[in-house]
Design a protein around this ligand. Structure first.
Ligand SMILES: O=c1ccn([C@@H]2O[C@H](COP(=O)(O)OP(=O)(O)O[C@H]3O[C@H](CO)[C@H](O)[C@H](O)[C@H]3O)[C@@H](O)[C@H]2O)c(=O)[nH]1
Length: 334
């Protein structure tokens, strides 16, 4: 049994591929390698190319008629970049998803698990989001994901494509067996900056300390990438019971993935100290332009439909990220 994983050489897609391998499902990776890494495809069935390339997708399905579902992760994901270059973001995340969906329908693949974002919700007053929270995406990245979901719903109604959309927020950590992790050597997200500051021996700047949260710092739902990968497997394994192949029910289901309470920046700093010791310094600083207070995800539906909840702690994710930063340096030198 095989699954096609678009973006399978990226941070999340490659981790999902490993989770499938460990459970006896063979991944077939399709990745352009624009941001993905060739090393992450080692030992896997790999096609280098574009999700919009119909001939290539046809070739993949000819070569692997036993593909039972597509996990669609290929996307551009950097919010500030999406604001300066929306054309590129809509082209890659929306137009190419449209093309891919057409190629899948043509090849008779009617199961898709879509890597989406819980960043498209307007948070409730307590900063939680559920699947019924109002959709109010704030930037071209989250809008491109929302629009892609809308087109996929239309494909369900017209062509029978079934889609489970998994929406989550800030993935951190690395494959616990360190096969893969974040490709980028200079990540700008909070944990990446903590690792950089810790390595250089300089204080980490807590950007934004006046938010209306439990300690004044912004909240995010950091979640271990292996937990996310497990959820994709569970969605694939239960696909036909979540969206049966026949009947006049909706062919589209949304499931949010998260921890249920989130983590503030100060809590992330405390967790980092828990892992590396007291020597890690942090200081208050002004908020970054465009920053938001944040949100956290209620994972109740994920438990009901996927029997899924996060298993790794924030400290586990920090430990794995630190180990991966060392491993990554070795890979770059090799
Ligand atoms: O050095 C830093 C870096 C970040 N933060 C703070 O930590 C919180 C989280 O920031 P991240 O950058 O980790 O997370 P964001 O959700 O703000 O954004 C990140 O996750 C998004 C995905 O949802 C996009 O990928 C985006 O490009 C990426 O920066 C924010 O309050 C930020 O101000 C600091 O205090 N110091």
């Amino acid at each position: 049994m095989k699954v096609l994983i678009t973006g399978g050489a990226g941070f999340i897609g490659s981790t999902i591929a490993s989770a499938f391998v460990e459970r006896g499902v063979t991944p077939v990776v399709l990745d352009s390698l624009i941001t993905g890494r060739q090393e992450f495809t080692a030992g896997k069935i790999f096609y280098q190319g574009d999700i919009g390339d119909g001939d290539l997708v046809d070739e993949i399905f000819r070569d692997h008629p036993d593909i039972i579902a597509t996990v669609h992760c290929a996307a551009l994901i950097v919010v500030p970049d999406s604001m300066t270059d929306p054309l590129r973001y809509y082209r890659v995340n929306l137009s190419k998803t449209l093309d891919l969906a057409g190629h899948l329908v043509r090849n008779g693949c009617d199961r898709m698990i879509f890597a989406s974002t819980a960043g498209m919700y307007r948070p409730e007053p307590d900063l939680s989001v559920t699947e019924t929270s109002f959709l109010e995406p704030q930037n071209p990245y989250t809008r491109s994901k929302m629009m892609a979901e809308l087109l996929l719903q239309d494909f369900g109604k017209a062509y029978g494509l079934r889609v489970i959309s998994l929406r989550y927020l800030n993935p951190i950590g690395a494959d616990p067996r360190l096969r893969t992790g974040l490709q980028n050597s200079k990540p700008t997200h909070a944990l990446g900056k903590m690792i950089e500051c810790y390595t250089l021996g300089v204080p980490f700047k807590i950007t934004g300390v006046d938010w209306e949260t439990r300690d004044g710092t912004a909240i995010r739902d950091y979640i271990h990438v292996w937990d996310i990968a497990r959820a994709f497997y569970e969605a694939a394994a239960r696909f036909d019971s979540i969206i049966p192949p026949v009947g006049d029910h909706s062919r589209y289901e949304v499931v949010n993935l998260g921890t249920g309470d989130g983590t503030t920046v100060r809590e992330l700093v405390a967790a980092f100290r828990e892992v590396v010791g007291d020597g890690f310094a942090a200081e208050d600083a002004p908020a970054r332009p465009g920053d938001v207070v944040g949100a956290y995800v209620d994972p109740a539906k994920a438990w009901d439909l996927l029997a899924w909840k996060p298993e790794y702690t924030i400290e586990d994710a920090i430990r794995h990220s630190l180990q991966w930063a060392d491993r990554r340096r070795e890979l770059d030198v090799a």
